[in-house]
Write a new protein. Structure first.
Length: 157
């Protein structure tokens, strides 16, 4: 398939690009908002982790706003969680298993993966560098993807 762009340039999209796009859309929870990406802000980190326990620490620069997406995607059977912090100011958490004590955490099976999304209260957050600690407690080897988006909340109609 060819798509015309500005001027005489043309972009070629191969079937694998379309498949990846469709899979990303399907991995979104129902009613999820897809905020615009900004090159200055990173919202996703993926780690290839071995079998068993593993820990990773990392940072993401986020804009000011509210937490719109706090999602962890793991191979089925992995038990992992991510703690998010603006040191001395705010924090959030998401895990790959549900609990009766946390009804705002929803996990769904998507093929070979579990996609867990933690709903967050829309408290205003400043632009900041967030500090994250991912802890994989157990489970098979594979990718662990973390999506975290802070942005202006969508207009409510």
């Amino acid at each position: 398939m060819r798509i015309s762009s500005v001027g005489s340039r043309r972009l070629r999209l191969d079937v694998s690009s379309i498949v990846v796009l469709v899979l990303l859309v399907l991995a979104q929870p129902a009613g999820a908002v897809a905020p615009r990406a900004s090159p200055a802000f990173q919202t996703t980190r993926t780690f290839e982790l071995g079998t068993g326990r593993a820990t990773r620490t990392f940072t993401l620069r986020e804009r000011d706003g509210v937490i719109l997406v706090n999602r962890l995607t793991v191979s089925h059977g992995v038990r992992a969680f991510v703690d998010a912090r603006i040191p001395g100011l705010a924090g959030a958490r998401v895990s790959s298993w549900t609990s009766r004590n946390d009804p705002s955490l929803v996990c769904r099976r998507r093929g070979a993966f579990d996609v867990c999304t933690q709903s967050e209260e829309w408290c205003p957050m400043p632009q900041a560098v967030w500090h994250f600690r991912l802890i994989k407690i157990s489970g098979p080897a594979g990718p662990v993807r973390f999506d975290y988006v802070v942005a202006t909340p969508p207009a409510q109609g």
